[in-house]
Write a protein that binds this ligand. Structure first.
Ligand code: F2R
Ligand code: MG
Ligand code: MG
Ligand code: MG
Length: 309
């Protein structure tokens, strides 16, 4: 049975958090090390017997989702307030993002920091890792989704590749949440239709042809948007009927495992719904004040705001 829309909102946000939290156990480890420890998806998933804690990816996605649920659109000042309210440096932010968020928190000129910390702006994957709620909320209109995801990136990521990475993840989430039967050709055609840069176009064309997990490697596993966004999209497109295989595809690549699994998990969850997430992962997701129960409530709040627009 196909998931209801409410289930898909829940699946997207919880799928992001679970991918982040499981992937966070392996961030910066090599594919060889992870592949040597676990023979397959089942072993990777069932190794979890205690609480898994999410990282900056989920912390910032919560900020985006709260801001959208409260205001119905991305308003930069409101989004920044939400980022500051959720800021917890111990969750492992990128160094540029940390500098911008510190300035925001202190009431300093964060836009100047975002423009200067990396000349030309950040092309890290931090805007893409948090954008899934935007894709869900604007799932009916790709042009609005593109514009709103750009606005959601701007406080921290000014580089065109950082922004376009967020736009592609938002479109992937929107498309996944809209279709009942996944059609890989239609999925990649949709992303390519809205892709602006030759860099992402080249990666998406490669991703569209992938048949085996080993073929994901050339797409990258890095902290830069260009080295991770199409990887996450391809992890989902390879195993679109399985949430756990999708995040395992991402984690077995090593490198930026929390973020690639978070992005891939948000797309898979938006398509398959929250019931596709294995109990062992869902039940072990941290139950902190903004942990599992809160994320489920936030998904419901976002869904209500979406249906009542
Ligand atoms: N930061 C991490 N992981 C590192 C280790 C954390 C550790 N466990 C801890 O506890 O401290 N993970 C998180 O960061 C990534 C998202 O990063 P974001 O938000 O994009 O940050 P930033 O700093 O803007 O960009 C990330 C890096 O990319 C490189 N970079 C970006 N733009 C650049 C440019 N124009 N020129 C040169 N390099 C650029 C830099 O190395 C940035 O630091 C996620 O993985 C998240 O999980
Ligand atoms: Mg992280
Ligand atoms: Mg401070
Ligand atoms: Mg990461």
């Amino acid at each position: 049975m196909n998931a209801s829309l409410q289930d898909r909102f829940r699946g997207c946000l919880v799928g992001l958090a679970v991918g982040d939290a499981l992937g966070g156990r392996f961030e910066a480890q090599s594919a060889d090390y992870i592949g040597g420890r676990f023979a397959n998806t089942e072993q990777l998933i069932n190794y979890i017997t205690d609480e898994i804690w999410y990282t900056d990816d989920t912390q910032m996605a919560i900020g985006v989702a709260e801001s959208l649920a409260d205001h119905g659109e991305i308003i930069e000042d409101r989004l920044c307030e939400s980022f500051v309210a959720n800021y917890m440096p111990s969750r492992g932010y990128g160094r540029g993002a940390r500098a911008v968020l510190d300035a925001m928190e202190d009431g300093d000129d964060y836009q100047a920091v975002a423009a200067k910390h990396f000349p030309g702006g950040s092309f890290g994957n931090g805007a893409a890792m948090r954008v899934a709620p935007v894709g869900l909320f604007f799932r009916d209109d790709p042009h609005i989704a593109l514009d709103q995801s750009r606005l959601s990136a701007l406080p921290t990521h000014l580089h065109p590749l950082g922004i376009e990475g967020a736009q592609l993840v938002a479109l992937a989430v929107a498309h996944a949440s809209n279709v009942e039967q996944f059609d890989r050709d239609a999925f990649f055609a949709h992303l390519l239709e809205h892709c602006k840069s030759s860099e992402y176009r080249c990666k998406l064309e490669t991703a569209a042809q992938i048949q085996e997990p080993s073929e994901l490697v050339p797409l990258g596993n890095g902290i830069e948007a260009l080295e991770s966004v199409t990887t996450a999209i391809a992890c989902f497109a390879l195993t679109p009927r399985s949430y756990e295989d999708t995040i395992a595809n991402a984690i077995f690549l090593g490198g930026d495992t929390d973020t690639i699994a978070a992005m891939a998990g948000s797309i898979a969850g938006a398509h398959l719904g929250v019931r596709s997430i294995p109990d062992v992962l869902l039940n072990n997701l941290e139950e902190s004040p903004k942990g599992r129960s809160y994320i489920l409530e936030l998904a419901d709040r976002l869904h209500s705001a979406y249906t009542n627009r």
